[in-house]
Design a protein. Structure first.
Ligand code: GTP
Ligand code: MG
Length: 194
C-alpha cells in the first residue's frame, strides 16, 4: 500500500496557509538523514521529493497533499558547510513551522540509526518539547547495518534519546523496512483514528 500523494507547492514562508485546512505532519531531521527519500518511499512515487547525493537540497517548505492531510518536507538542520545567512534562513523556517504553524498535528523526527544524536538534534528536540509537539522518532538507513549491528544501535539510540525502545521506528527507504508502520502512524495522526 502506498499513500496517494500530490505535490502542492514550495514556500519560503513557514506560515504559508494551505487551502483546505487539514492536519499536517512535518518531516524533520539533520541534513542528509533521508527525509526526502523517505517521503518518496512512503508515497511510492519516485522523484516526487527532491533527493540529493549532496546534502542541503531541500530549501523551502515543500507541501504534499494526501487525502486526509498534508506532509511537509523541510530543509535539514546541522549542515556545517552552509553559509551563515542560509543557516539562519533555514533555522527561521524550521522554528516558524515548529512554534507557530496552527494546523501542524505532529512531527516525524528522523535520525540516522548509525549515529549518536548531534547537538543540533538535541536543540531541535528541545524546541519540539517546548512547543508541545507530538513527535514520532524514526531511525533511517537501517539497510546500512547488519541485523546484529541494528540491535546494538537501536539500544544505544533508545538510551541516548530517552524514548522507550518500542517508540523508535526502524526504517529503510531502500528496502522498505518499517514503511507500512510509518504510513499507518501518519494516517492515524491525520485522521485521529487509533
Ligand atoms: P536534505 O534535504 O539535504 O536535508 O536531505 P534529506 O534528509 O532530504 O536526505 P535525502 O533524502 O536527500 O537523502 C540523502 C542521501 O541519503 C541520498 O544519497 C539518499 O540516497 C541516501 N539515503 C536516504 N535514505 C536512505 C536509506 O534508507 N538507505 C540508504 N542506503 N541510503 C539512503
Ligand atoms: Mg530533503
Amino acid at each position: 500500500m502506498s499513500l496517494p500523494t500530490e505535490f502542492v507547492g514550495s514556500y519560503p514562508d513557514p506560515l504559508h496557509p494551505l487551502d483546505p485546512v487539514l492536519p499536517e505532519i512535518a518531516l524533520l531531521g539533520r541534513s542528509n538523514v533521508g527525509k526526502s527519500s523517505l517521503l518518496n518511499a512512503l508515497t511510492a512515487r519516485k522523484g516526487l521529493a527532491r533527493v540529493s547525493a549532496a546534502p542541503g537540497k531541500t530549501e523551502l517548505l515543500n507541501v504534499y497533499r494526501l487525502p486526509a492531510g498534508y506532509l511537509l518536507d523541510l530543509p535539514g538542520y546541522g549542515y556545517a558547510k552552509r553559509s551563515q545567512t542560509e543557516r539562519r534562513r533555514f533555522r527561521a523556517l524550521l522554528e516558524g513551522v515548529i512554534r507557530e504553524r496552527p494546523s501542524l498535528s505532529g512531527v516525524v523526527w528522523l535520525l540516522d540509526v548509525r549515529h549518536t544524536p548531534s547537538t543540533a538534534d538535541a536543540e531541535i528536540h528541545a524546541l519540539l518539547v517546548e512547543a508541545g509537539r507530538s513527535v514520532l522518532p524514526v531511525l533511517t538507513k537501517a539497510d546500512k547495518l547488519s541485523a546484529a549491528q541494528r540491535r546494538v544501535a537501536l539500544r544505544e539510540r533508545t538510551r541516548e534519546l530517552g524514548f522507550a525502545e518500542d517508540e523508535l521506528l526502524l526504517t529503510s527507504s531502500t528496502t522498505g523496512l518499517g514503511l507500512v508502520e510509518l504510513r499507518e502512524s501518519i494516517l492515524q495522526a491525520m485522521t485521529g483514528r487509533r
